[in-house]
Design a protein around this ligand. Structure first.
Ligand code: COA
Ligand code: AMP
Length: 637
């Protein structure tokens, strides 16, 4: 008997029109697509060409019309403030249609961009959905980014308006957003004419006359707006993610493919039904937050949990279990980092057992490699399937997973299981040849990618082609390396570029190097990601000082740490740097970051054949020893 997974997967690749055409019935269309897969401009593919819909209608209005008006759409739970609030689908419709009116009142029209800089409060989702309602394109920026990063995004997205809250809340501190926003607007070349500010009770932001308006005051007088029909191929949002340089990549998401794919994954992968409570403990500033806090649960008629807290310390490592008990969560989705943090605080699971977790059916993990130890701990404690799944900002949903709603495969620790329907995952060597099972190579996906994945980068089609489509023609280059075993299980081992993953957040070492190079005493620098027990990886900087600089190295390191925090933001978690005399390089001048990383991670390493001056490596070891990160001597080969 063919398995449900095998037949779905095979059909999705052999008959994409039929497979995705059927999935499209999960969505209400104003006009159905003329073409399901449009390959007229290959290798740039589009989905559901000619189709017309509205994403907000599908996420909100249709559930009110369909009998879910009184069901909770959003449960807001903030252990930081103690606030809890439930918004029904009818209440959400009211807020979203009125906030759409606020945006229209600010001159926002279909196709205009709107930047959203909000903490984890329901208003963040209201703002996103209101943009979708009027066909405006939102770009949510994570609150942990500094003004410079916000300014870069303002200049790239050229938004008409910005929506923000007066503050975010980190344990023990109020993060005042408005000064960041004012600084970013000043620094940006593109001028924003309208800023809508949601004033939180913890902080009242000052408003700039003529530009800033108050969310509550505008909502009180706003004209509710109906849904605007948009093309399936029109952009729904832009989400910036780290590339290898300081210029982030603006990943574009369309309306039609996104709605279809996300709605479908709720059934096939997460095994949830309308009415279930789904909780992605992430942040709306990341792709997980876009897809699985906001859009997918609402497109499905589920209840989504908006959680403003941390897995530990708000107030303790039992907070996740308290939320599960209280709100009857069926599926929890978070990053392995959160579980490492919980396990560290509650190794024997005393807090886990304190709460009733009987509603919980699955734990899903993503955002970084799931280390088998953490995964086993979670399985032992929760006694539900713990499912690792692999995806990226670019893909918007899982490339690989264990499709709980289709067929449950035995879990192999360290693997996010198999390619999801729609994905043809292959492993190629540098010569673009497929490798044998078990051998590591570049993880690539045969084109076309399924619906919901990025059609391009905002204003940067060349960069899109160069970054993803050029090195392996006919394939999408994921930037990850790994292997596939004899059973078709995929293993994702490492990035192949200068992107690192800190606490499930993707960061660019290149961007940090650009910041360090701005320091007046720095002649040359390199940033690598080193292994960290809690966050998976943390950045570590190496700097060579300019000739003649004889200032105290500790002081310079402090200045460098501050510089990265000020320019990129606290989320970079850049806390360590070391001053070295020279950086190890190849004879052609390429810095040997991989070797430095191995030294810092205490791994064996071979002396690179192309190294220019082997004596530099012991110098690096010594410098690392001084900060407690000593390495091993190289094997002589
Ligand atoms: N606004 C402002 N600052 C923020 C922020 C936000 N939205 N989010 C994080 N920060 C700050 C933190 O306060 C911290 O500042 P500090 O250096 O002054 O301590 C810094 O950015 C680094 O944050 P983080 O790496 O998250 O570390 P943490 O020590 O605050 O928390 C964990 C550690 C493990 C609890 C936390 O990373 C976590 O919950 N991770 C779960 C993973 C997750 O949600 N991943 C998203 C993708 S699924
Ligand atoms: P982001 O775009 O921030 O979601 O980061 C995507 C990157 O995170 C991927 O390219 C991987 O390097 C890593 N990643 C995400 N999920 C997993 C996973 N389940 N296993 C291993 N790495 C992962």
């Amino acid at each position: 008997m063919t398995s449900a997974y095998a037949s779905a997967h095979e059909r999705s690749l052999k008959d994409p029109d039929g497979y995705w055409g059927d999935a499209a019935r999960l969505i209400d269309w104003i006009k159905p697509a003329e073409k399901v897969l449009d390959d007229s401009n290959a290798p740039l593919y589009r989905w559901f060409t000619g189709g017309v819909l509205n994403t907000c209608y599908n996420a909100v209005d249709r559930h009110v019309a369909g009998g879910r008006a009184d069901q909770a759409a959003i449960i807001y739970d903030s252990p930081i403030t103690g606030a809890k609030r439930t918004i029904t689908y009818a209440g959400l419709l009211d807020q979203v249609s009125r906030f759409a009116g606020v945006l229209v009142g600010q001159g926002v029209e279909k196709g205009d961009r709107v930047i959203i800089y909000m903490p984890m409060i329901p208003e963040a989702l209201v703002a996103m959905l209101a943009c979708a309602r009027i066909g405006a394109v939102h770009s949510v920026v994570f609150g942990g980014f500094a003004p410079h990063e916000l300014a870069t995004r303002i200049d790239d997205a050229t938004p008409k308006a910005l929506v923000c809250a007066s503050c975010g809340l980190e344990p023990g501190r109020i993060v005042r957003y408005k000064p960041n926003i004012d600084a970013a607007i000043d620094a940006a070349t593109h001028k924003i004419s309208s800023v809508v500010v949601f004033q939180r009770e913890q902080e009242t932001a000052s408003l700039t006359a003529g530009r800033d308006v108050d969310w509550a005051a505008e909502m009180a007088v706003a004209e509710p707006q109906a849904c605007v029909p948009v093309a399936a191929t029109d952009p729904l949002y832009i989400l910036y993610t780290s590339g290898t340089t300081g210029q982030p990549k603006g990943v574009v998401r369309d309306n039609g493919g996104h709605a279809v794919a996300l709605r479908q994954t709720m059934t096939t992968l997460y095994d949830v039904q309308p009415g279930d409570v789904f909780w992605a403990a992430s942040d709306v500033g990341w792709v997980v937050g876009h897809s699985y806090i906001c859009y997918a649960p609402l497109l499905t008629g589920c209840t989504t949990v908006v959680f403003e807290g941390k897995p530990v310390g708000t107030p303790d490592a039992g907070t996740f279990w308290r939320v599960i008990e209280e709100h009857k969560v069926r599926v929890l989705f978070t990053a392995p980092t959160a579980f490492r943090a919980i396990r560290r605080e509650d190794p024997n699971g005393e807090l886990v057992r304190k709460y009733d977790r009987s509603s919980l059916k699955y734990l899903f993990l993503a955002g970084e490699r799931s280390d088998p130890e953490t995964l086993k701990w979670a399985e032992d404690q929760l006694k539900v399937p713990v499912i690792d799944h692999w995806w990226q900002t670019e893909t918007g949903w899982a490339i690989c997973g264990n499709p709980m709603g289709l067929e449950q495969f035995p879990v192999k620790h360290g693997s996010p299981t198999k390619a999801m329907p729609g994905w043809d995952v292959q492993v190629l060597d540098e010569g673009r040849h497929p490798v044998e099972p078990g051998q590591i190579g570049a993880l690539v996906c045969k084109l076309p990618l399924p619906p919901g994945t990025l059609p391009t980068l905002w204003n940067a089609e060349d960069r899109f082609r160069k970054s993803y489509l050029t090195e392996f023609p006919g394939y999408y280059q994921t930037g990850d390396a790994g292997f596939v075993d004899d059973d078709g299980y995929v293993y994702v081992m490492t990035r192949t570029d200068d992107v690192i993953n800190v606490a499930g957040h993707r960061l660019s070492t290149g961007a940090m190097e650009e910041v360090l190079a701005k320091h007046p005493d720095v002649a040359e620098c390199a940033v690598i990601g080193v292994a960290d027990d809690l966050k998976g990886q943390v950045p570590l900087g190496f700097v060579c000082l300019k000739v003649g600089v004889d200032r105290d190295s500790d002081q310079i390191v402090k200045e460098l740490v501050k510089l990265v925090r000020d320019e990129i933001g606290p989320v970079a978690a850049f806390k360590q740097a070391v001053v070295v005399k020279r950086l190890p390089k190849t004879r052609s001048g390429k810095i040997l970051r991989g070797t430095m990383q191995k030294i810092a991670d205490h791994q064996d390493y071979k002396m690179p054949a192309t190294i220019d001056d082997p004596d530099i490596l012991p110098e690096i070891e010594e410098a690392l020893e001084e900060i407690g990160l000593a390495g091993k001597r190289p094997e002589v080969v």
